[in-house]
Structures are given as structure tokens and as C-alpha cells.
Design a protein around this ligand. Structure first.
Ligand SMILES: NC(=O)C1=CN([C@@H]2O[C@H](COP(=O)(O)OP(=O)(O)OC[C@H]3O[C@@H](n4cnc5c(N)ncnc54)[C@H](OP(=O)(O)O)[C@@H]3O)[C@@H](O)[C@H]2O)C=CC1
Ligand SMILES: O=C(CO)COP(=O)(O)O
Length: 339
């Protein structure tokens, strides 16, 4: 592939790691963010120490705080901001974008209130004449490992297979490998919903439960998030892939995961507001739990784990009491796919 000019929106942990992947692949990378000190640090010291203390970035990676400058003549825009600001940033992009671009995103969440997936937000906010079909890149990929060029495999999904292939070629290399996919709903919902189960897995750890409980929440969690995803239009098989079970394993078992760590701290008795403040990075699973809980009610989907996590996070339920409620539910067939 010819070198591309890419604007990466969001200089957080994942935006920085993906910028390095793109730079390693010979592309011209511009990271855009709204914190002038951080932008200056990337340009002058080639570091982003808020997220990576030890990493020195290639000096070819440039950072911008002016969005119009960052987007000038780019071939593609990669959104990597938290879900809650995606619409705002997309509106800003729509105001200054002057030409047609490929649009990719790597965020994992569902919008509060509207319950929308990220690609739907981007479709609504960026006029169709300025973009191709959106691509979502998602899968088991902790920034902390990708930034040191550890092996990472993820999916790239778009309604237009050529766009998924574009993302695949753009990002793939010897340590970062993408699989193309056409199930946008599946890849996006799986990436968002696994964060809920990761919070739960972390909480079980914090409460002192062992590996049996870990396996239980991952497998039963996968069952219930698949139920919701399929009701939203996902293909069930996608949940057996990288963006489904793959990401659930990495997020539900790893100390790198912000969601797992948040759950762990909650399980050890910390307060949610303290956990969010201390993390200093987005914990998407907290707001996604609320969206999924509301969707489950609306669509009449049985999601006992999500419902319990919702009650612990938002209604002050005691986590141990919630676990006991799940254990005391009426016994059932394992492979009941519907409720
Ligand atoms: N970290 C990871 O390993 C992975 C993360 N993801 C997903 O990527 C998305 C981003 O996550 P991650 O990088 O971890 O998050 P971080 O919290 O590390 O970074 C988010 C970045 O977005 C910036 N930001 C926030 N609001 C705005 C805004 N209005 N305009 C411009 N920039 C803004 C933040 O700046 P500031 O804090 O200064 O406001 C920060 O630099 C999430 O959806 C996450 O689920 C996906 C795969 C892996
Ligand atoms: O999505 C991720 C790994 O694939 C990152 O998860 P956390 O946001 O929980 O760190």
C-alpha cells in the first residue's frame, strides 16, 4: 500500500499505540488532541508519559491541537476518543473537513441516551459525501502490549468489504494482524459489551473469588452479551471471534484492563467515583453497563450478570448479595440461547 496520511483523533493510550503501528507501516501520522501540553510533549520530547512512562515515539509522529491542520489532505481519519465524546468530536470534524476520507474507529462503547453504536454516530455526524463506509477495528488489544510491539490480532469490519480491506492493509504488519469482517454490528457490540463482563470479572477477583468463578463469568457473560448483540442484529459467530470471546478473555483476565482493574477495586470496597478518578483513563464498561441494562429491558433480554453489575454500580447493591441472587436463580438448560 502507498503511504497514507492519517489523522488519529485521541492521544490516549490506544490512540498512541495505533499511531505507532501506523508509523511503523510507513504512514504519515498526525495525532490530534485538545491538551496543548500533551501535544507539545509529543512534538518536542516524542513521549506521551501520561500513558507510557518508558516509550519514546518516532519523531516522524506529529501531534496537533488544531483539528483543521490535522485533517489537511489526510486520506483517513481514525477516531480513538472515548465513546461519550465521539459525537462531539465527529461534529467538530464535520465542520472543518473539506474532502472525502476513509473513516475508521477503534472505540468500544454504546452512547448513553441514544444507545447507538459508534459507527451510527459517525454516519449521522459526518456527511456521506465526505466519507466512505465506516470501519470499526476491534479485538483483544491492550495498548500496553501493542506499544511494545507485542503480537496483536484484531478484526476490521465494514459494510463495504473494500473499506475493511483498506483498514487491514493500513494497519497489518509483523506484530499487528487484522482480519476483515462484514459484521459491523457484531464487532461493535461485542467490543462494547465485553467491558461489562470485564468489570464483573475484576469485581469477583477483588472480592476474593477464584479461577472457577473467573471461568464462569467469562462463559456465562459471553452467553448473555451474545443474546443482546444478536437481538441488536449481530451474527452469533462474530461472538466466537477476536472481537467477541478473544476480547472477553483479554479484558476479563488481564491487569492491563482498565475495566478489570475498576471492577477489582470496586470488589475490594473502593467507591466508583474514586476508582474513576484514580484511573485517569476511560473505563467504558461503567456507562456501557447502563446502556446494556436499558437495552435488555427494552428488548426483553435476560442478562442477569449485566443487571447485577448495573445494580451494584448505579443502585448501591451489595456485590456479594448480587452474586447470591444469581446463584439462586432457577436452574436451567445450559444452551438455551433465547431467554
Ligand atoms: N487502551 C486500550 O488498550 C484500548 C482502548 N480501546 C478503546 O479506545 C477508546 C479510547 O480509549 P483509551 O485510549 O484507552 O482512552 P484514554 O482515556 O487513554 O484516552 C482518551 C483520550 O481522548 C482524549 N479526549 C477526551 N475527550 C476529548 C475531546 N473532547 N476531544 C479530544 N480528545 C479528547 C483524552 O484527553 P484528556 O484525557 O486530556 O481529556 C485522552 O487523550 C475507548 O473507547 C476504549 O475502549 C480499544 C482497544 C484498546
Ligand atoms: O479493549 C481493550 C482490550 O482489547 C482494553 O480494555 P480496557 O479498556 O478495559 O483497558
Amino acid at each position: 500500500m502507498n503511504p497514507q496520511k492519517i489523522a488519529v483523533l485521541g492521544p490516549g493510550s490506544w490512540g498512541t499505540a495505533l499511531s505507532q503501528v501506523l508509523n511503523d507501516n510507513g504512514h504519515d501520522v498526525r495525532i490530534w488532541g485538545n491538551n496543548p501540553e500533551q501535544i507539545a510533549e509529543i512534538n518536542e520530547k516524542h513521549t506521551n508519559t501520561r500513558y507510557f512512562k518508558e516509550v519514546v515515539l518516532d519523531e516522524k509522529i506529529k501531534a496537533y491541537d488544531d483539528l483543521e491542520d490535522a485533517l489537511a489532505n489526510v486520506n483517513a481519519i481514525l477516531f480513538v476518543v472515548p465513546t461519550k465524546v465521539t459525537r462531539l468530536v465527529a461534529k467538530q470534524v464535520a465542520q472543518v473537513l473539506k474532502h472525502k476520507v476513509h473513516v475508521l474507529h477503534a472505540s468500544k462503547g454504546l452512547e448513553q441516551g441514544t444507545h447507538e453504536r459508534i459507527s451510527c454516530i459517525l454516519e449521522e455526524e459526518i456527511p456521506a459525501e465526505y466519507r466512505d463506509e465506516i470501519v470499526v477495528v476491534s479485538g483483544p488489544s491492550h495498548a500496553e502490549e501493542t506499544i511494545v510491539r507485542d503480537i496483536t490480532l484484531i478484526s476490521a469490519a465494514s459494510n463495504n468489504h473494500d473499506e475493511a480491506k483498506y483498514a487491514q492493509q493500513l494497519l497489518s504488519n509483523d506484530y499487528f494482524r487484522l482480519y476483515s469482517n462484514t459484521d459491523v454490528i457484531g464487532v461493535e457490540t461485542a467490543g462494547a459489551l465485553k467491558n461489562i463482563i470485564a468489570v464483573g470479572a475484576g469485581a469477583l477477583h477483588g472480592l476474593g473469588f477464584g479461577d472457577n468463578a473467573k471461568a464462569a463469568i467469562i462463559t456465562r457473560g459471553l452467553t448473555e452479551i451474545t443474546r443482546l448483540g444478536v437481538a441488536m442484529g449481530a451474527k452469533p459467530l462474530t461472538y466466537s471471534g477476536l472481537s467477541g470471546v478473544g476480547d472477553l478473555i483479554v479484558t476479563g483476565t488481564s491487569v492491563h484492563s482498565r475495566n478489570w482493574r475498576a471492577g477489582d477495586a470496586l470488589g475490594r470496597g473502593e467507591k466508583l467515583e474514586d476508582v474513576e478518578r484514580n484511573m485517569g483513563m476511560i473505563i467504558e464498561g461503567v456507562s456501557t453497563t447502563k446502556v446494556a441494562y436499558e437495552l435488555a429491558q427494552q428488548l426483553h433480554i435476560d442478562m442477569p450478570i449485566t443487571e447485577t453489575i448495573y445494580k451494584v454500580l448505579y443502585e448501591g447493591m451489595d456485590a456479594r448479595a448480587g452474586i447470591l441472587d444469581i446463584m439462586r436463580r432457577e436452574t436451567r438448560e445450559e444452551n438455551e440461547f433465547s431467554n
